[in-house]
Design a protein around this ligand. Structure first.
Ligand code: PLP
Length: 396
């Protein structure tokens, strides 16, 4: 462990606040650190490892493809890419039937902005307070956290208008004849697990339709079954014009994508957008395995069920512990807001000592985004441990 910390400190850019932990292997819901200690994982690479760690279907897909053809340029047709797009069309919100593949979430959002501007021939984008859309120049511009944006102001296009999340009247007021798109996370992840109110997404859909504005749902964290539907916007019966994905899409293999309605994606002509690695055969085979396995296990439905149980159990802890201010979320994207950052940080550290990985976002919100294969027995163990942890940290 010391050697890794030393190497990291000496040679790796120090952009991450790392916990004193080096994970080296995983299986299903569990990971093991370099010293051999086992952890129950409720972070799942932050909503990435949807099928758990090292799922056999993903291993098989990657190793089989690696022996056949690892990379090929988008100059040529790519069989796994075309097949993956076909699968996505089956599960995406109705009408989203054209897909562009890239390598990360930020790239997917960035591409969605380019498409919106090209399609509408307008310049500006409305984003939400509390949003997170990535760290590239334009996506960080649409990200609410000022400390992420301000040092790079010179690089960020001045086209973003922020409005309070869940405030339809504010969105309406902010629109102009130059608004190309409104981007929204149906459940804000990094912002602290904030769920869109009942009428917000349907209201946005109506407003965008009336004003010729595109609605972009950023489903990088909420997508692929996480909220109990394939895409979170489906909980509100809303189809966006563009939807972004990444994280769970490859189950741990890096891949990003944005899907759009056919007539919107048709605004891109050959040469308008590209990526050397985007839609690479290995990544697409991994993603095909993820989607096929999710379909086979009917995972989104299962997530809805176990997510309800998990939330009920978290609410029991809220009733019991004064330091718990709120419990919120949808499916297996749940948050527990604590009374201070100090208490939240202490809870994460104590959980780790007990062999339990949990994450904290927005300073004091414990975020639970476990693999979607999580079972009741795992939830019960988490709740039991968390009960004791909250008793201990609640006093600090
Ligand atoms: C909603 C949302 N959008 C965009 C991103 C950026 O994705 P990436 O880190 O893959 O660039 C994230 C990452 O956390 C996210 O949660």
């Amino acid at each position: 462990m010391h050697r890794i910390q030393e190497l990291d400190g000496r040679y790796v850019a120090q952009t991450y606040r790392r916990q004193p932990l080096c994970l080296v292997e995983g299986k299903g819901m569990f990971v093991r650190d370099i010293e051999g200690k086992k952890y129950l994982d409720f972070v799942g690479g932050i909503a990435v490892c949807a099928l758990g760690h090292c799922h056999p279907a993903i291993i098989k897909a990657i190793s089989t493809q690696a022996k056949k053809l690892m990379h090929v340029s988008n100059l040529y047709y790519i069989q796994p890419q075309a097949e993956l797009a076909g699968l996505l069309a089956q599960v995406a919100p109705q009408g989203i039937d054209k897909f562009f593949f890239c390598n990360s979430g930020a790239e997917a959002v960035e591409g969605s902005f380019k498409l919106a501007v090209k399609h509408t021939k307008r310049q500006r984008i409305i984003a939400m307070e509390g949003s997170f859309h990535g760290r590239t120049a334009s996506t960080v511009g649409a990200t609410w956290h000022a400390s992420y944006r301000e040092p790079y102001a010179a690089l960020i296009p001045k086209v973003f208008d922020f409005v309070p999340f869940n405030d339809l009247a504010a969105v309406e007021k902010a629109t102009t004849d130059q608004t190309a798109a409104v981007i929204v996370e149906p459940v804000q992840g990094e912002g602290g697990i904030n769920v869109a109110s009942d009428d917000f997404l349907p209201g946005l859909r109506k407003l965008c339709d009336e004003r010729g504005i595109l609605l972009i749902c950023d489903e990088i964290q909420t997508g692929m079954g996480r909220t109990g539907r394939w895409f979170a916007c489906q909980n509100w019966g809303v189809t966006p014009d563009i939807v972004t994905m990444a994280k769970a899409l490859g189950g741990g293999f890096p891949i990003g994508c944005f899907g759009a309605k056919g007539d919107v994606m048709a605004s891109f002509s050959p040469g308008d957008h590209a990526s050397t690695f985007g839609g690479n055969p290995l990544a697409c085979e991994a993603s095909k395995a993820v989607i096929k396995t999710m379909l086979r296990l009917k995972l989104p439905k299962r997530v809805a069920r176990i997510g309800k149980y998990f939330k009920k159990r978290l609410l029991e802890l809220k009733d019991k512990h004064d330091c718990v201010l709120d419990v919120r979320g949808l499916g297996l994207m749940l948050g527990m807001e604590l009374s201070s950052k100090q208490i939240a940080d202490a809870a994460v550290a104590k959980a780790r000592e007990r062999g339990l990985l949990i994450n904290c976002t927005a300073d004091k919100v414990l975020r639970f985004v476990p693999p979607l294969i999580v079972e009741r027995k795992h939830v019960d163990r988490l709740i039991k441990e968390l009960d004791q942890i909250l008793t201990e940290v609640g006093k600090c």
